[in-house]
Design a protein around this ligand. Structure first.
Ligand SMILES: [Zn+2]
Length: 107
């Protein structure tokens, strides 16, 4: 094992450096992983998208790797888009129903 790798190992000693989502080991935590406890906005995204809550007292891993972060952002955008489309669909439906009722009322 190289000295650099040993340094990383020492820094992460006692910490669970696996990704919370894919459970792959995050080798260099400082560059390749995001600590959810230090990034509450990302933590909230995780809760919004996957219903996974990471607490300060969490005994499981509290990091996510960059590929999982990218996927999380992707699914978050998709979710926002779906919610917005659903809202538009409902609005169009109620406008259509109102028009049908108004038309019926005339005859
Ligand atoms: Zn991951």
């Amino acid at each position: 094992m190289s000295t650099a790798a040993m340094d990383v190992e020492a820094r992460n000693a006692g910490r669970d450096t696996r990704c919370r989502l894919c459970l792959k080991k995050i080798e260099i935590a400082q560059t390749a992983g995001i600590d959810l406890l230090e990034n509450q906005d990302i933590n909230r995204l995780l809760l919004d998208v996957y219903r996974v809550e990471v607490l300060q007292t969490d005994e499981g891993p509290t990091m996510i790797c960059v590929p999982c972060y990218s996927l999380l952002v992707h699914y978050y955008k998709l979710r926002i888009r779906c919610l917005s489309l659903r809202k538009n669909f409902r609005l169009n439906q109620s406008v259509l129903l109102a028009q049908i009722n108004a038309f019926r009322g005339k005859n």
